[in-house]
Design a protein around this ligand. Sequence first.
Ligand code: AMP
Length: 227
Amino acid sequence: MTTLSRPLRLLLLGAPGSGKGTQTSKLLDKFSHINPLSSGDLLRTQIAAQTPIGREASSYITNGTLVPDMTMINLLAGELDSRGWLSPNASWLLDGFPRTAAQAHGLDTQLAANACALNLVVELDVNEDVILERIENRWIHLPSGRIYNLQYNPPRQPFTDDLTGEPLSKRDDDNAEVFKKRLVAYNEQLLPLKEFYDKQGVLTKVSGDTSDIIFPKLAKLISSQYA
Ligand code: AMP
């Protein structure tokens, strides 16, 4: 475990299936005191609990389109606040939010007011063909967000979570048709989002087609600036 010497407020950008979840798990194993928050996991939890936000979000997710910005900003700002993360001392990692320039503005306003703006934004740059193939093989443990890949990272027992023994599920939106829509939505939003963080001087990119290639680069980047 590496200890951070100063707070890290990290956003991972990357197409759906680029391995943000996998990189997150690896980062948590390597660096102590980083707390993860995935907007997709948060929405899926809301859907499973049938909350009003979950009911609103479910049709967007099923169709592979984005949940409205205001809903997302309110949901995530509330979650950051209730976890006590709107503080200059907390270290955390966001995956999947912000996804649009409007969300980035909304989040930035909240963070700046609490002197805890994002200080590192990393784009995971993975070849699209690799991503499509990976998605078909992806299974998740819904309560924890743990991700398995039937080829590269299979569970010890078929379709069963290693830690809890609970069943794994296939995400409804992990099919070729919906997935292509998600990829289009991602690419449309990416440029303005990158511009926003580039202007703040916090944007960087890590390229590679497997998590084993990407992770050492990402870990080195974080170690060199924050450990
Ligand atoms: P993910 O698990 O990050 O791939 O997200 C799955 C789905 O949740 C997306 O296709 C969107 O429908 C929705 N979603 C997750 N995060 C966001 C966000 N920041 N803004 C809008 N929709 C989101």
